[in-house]
Design a binder for this molecule. Structure first.
Ligand SMILES: [Zn+2]
Length: 493
């Protein structure tokens, strides 16, 4: 396809959950699997924006009179229920949003207004979502050229849907259907209020491949900051248009494998629609087979009005400078650093996968042997877990950072050998007291050194191996071979 000739334009909107408490209350951002503690029923109606207009998307929803059912937990409070005003914006979430803004080369707004965005599907108990523009005018560099970042926005996530009657949303038939009662939509309040950073790129993307690259690049920046991980924590919408066509927004196209084929399929569909003069601006949902299906008309702009319960948000120069000084490094840079330290690719991958970078770094301060520390942090707990047939999570809890530090400290002081590190950890998992777990019948090293010196003096001119044999015979396995060899080498030089 000749994308240039087609007048292809594309922009991304990425929503990423942050790993902090909720944005406007002090509740934990935890998704619950258990039964709700309470249920609240509400009936919501679309509210006109300040301009007095109800936009086309709102009208589309209003035609259906629905009842909303909200499932609450002991981890949700009156703010989620819209029965208490929002608290001050969460500072951690704001700081992470500022980091992301700076990594995306954006200009941060010194003074900004928290807004209410009308939401009519009931996924917000208040009928609106709080959202605040944090930064503008940034960019990311990609192989296909620079792509502008129009906005970095901090906002609250919506409640998550549990079930809906078929009448309520006939077009979303893939969701589990609630058959009892009439038009009813059930939501869980656990997700409502989790901080989200929304990144909006400029429509600078020129090919589907570039869209994928921009997505990768922004993903890398996000993951270098404190964000939530796993399915559902990142959502991506792709907007495209071709010449003479209308803007199409495709929701939920975050799977990297699907970005290119989904865009290509939609372009083909648009080419046909443009030929028939039938292209309509709309929101579509990305499907797992790289096709899309209609969701709703594209919302207009009459959806925002100021949040009157909260003051203007001031972002001081001091705060920006402080965050600039402590910007997280990108994974690529950290990988290079670990590589220089002598870790192989497998180890480096594992450090990120197991989320052990911080632990690795801290323990490396203690014992400056990257290979050994990587082994102790990444391999030994796994080995012990599989050997003892206990879950890794359980082993990880027992062999926490402090325990590993304690054992490595003993190694550093030469109280135990490298081989005995694993044995110590195994003993600790078995329930042996930590101080006992690092006690071995080792010869005192001062003693060992003295004896080795004596052996070498008595029989000069032998090979390292020969001395080793003599030493091992002398101590009958009560000394670590590696340490013995180090001492031998020291004295035969
Ligand atoms: Zn709350």
């Amino acid at each position: 396809m000749d994308y240039e000739k087609l007048g292809f334009k594309c922009g991304l909107e990425i929503h990423q959950q942050l790993d902090t408490k909720k944005l406007f209350c002090n509740c934990q951002s935890i998704l619950r699997k258990d039964e709700p503690d309470f249920i609240v029923r509400r009936r919501l109606h679309a509210v006109a924006g300040e301009s007095g207009e109800v936009d086309v998307a709102a009208k589309h929803e209003m035609g259906k009179d629905k009842e909303f059912v909200y499932q609450g937990y002991d981890t949700t409070c009156l703010v989620e229920l819209d029965e208490e005003p929002p608290h001050e914006i969460n500072k951690d979430a704001l700081n992470i949003a500022l980091q992301i803004s700076l990594l995306l080369n954006c200009r941060i707004l010194p003074l900004t207004q928290i807004m209410r965005k009308t939401v009519i599907d009931g996924s917000n108990t208040s009928g609106f979502q709080r959202t605040v523009l944090i930064a503008q005018d940034g960019y990311v560099e990609t192989d296909g050229g620079r792509v502008g970042i129009n906005a970095v926005i901090l906002e609250e996530d919506a409640a998550r849907i549990v079930s809906r009657t078929p009448q309520a949303y006939p077009e979303k038939s893939s969701t589990k259907i609630f058959t009892k009662g009439k038009d009813e939509v059930v939501y869980k309040l656990d997700r409502l209020g989790i901080p989200l950073v929304e990144i909006v790129t400029a429509p600078d993307i020129k090919t589907p491949e570039q869209a994928k690259n921009v997505s990768l690049k922004i993903g890398e920046i996000l993951r270098s900051c404190r964000v939530r991980r796993g399915i559902g924590t990142i959502r991506q919408d792709v907007s495209i248009s071709i010449e003479h066509g209308k803007r199409i927004e495709m929701k939920g196209v975050q799977d990297l494998k699907l970005i290119v084929p989904t865009i290509n399929n939609e372009i083909e569909r648009q080419i046909d629609l443009v030929k028939m003069k039938k292209s309509v601006a709309e929101v579509r949902r990305g499907n797992p087979d790289a096709t899309t299906s209609f969701l709703r008309p594209l919302p207009g702009s009459a959806r925002m009005y100021p949040e009157t319960d909260l003051p203007m948000l001031k972002i001081s120069r001091d705060l920006i400078n402080k965050i600039k000084k402590n910007l997280p490094r990108l994974r690529k840079d950290i990988e290079e650093e670990l590589n220089r330290k002598g870790l192989n690719q497998e180890m480096i991958k594992l450090i990120f996968k197991m989320n052990k970078l911080e632990e690795f770094r801290e323990l490396l301060e203690l014992v400056s042997n990257p290979q050994l520390v990587a082994k102790v942090v990444l391999m030994l707990p796994k080995e012990i877990a599989s050997h003892k047939k206990v879950s890794f999570e359980k082993i990880e809890k027992i062999l926490n950072k402090d325990i590993l530090a304690f054992v490595l400290e003993k190694y550093k002081k030469r109280k135990i050998s490298e081989r005995q590190i694993k044995e110590s950890l195994e003993r600790i998992v078995k329930g042996v007291d930590v101080n006992m777990a690092v006690k071995f019948e080792n010869e005192d090293l001062g003693n060992v050194e003295e004896k080795i010196m004596k052996i070498i003096k008595e029989k000069p001119g032998l090979s390292e191996k020969a001395y080793m044999g003599l030493v091992m015979k002398e101590f009958r396995g009560k000394v670590d071979g590696k340490i013995a060899m180090e001492i031998i080498k020291k004295y035969i030089k």
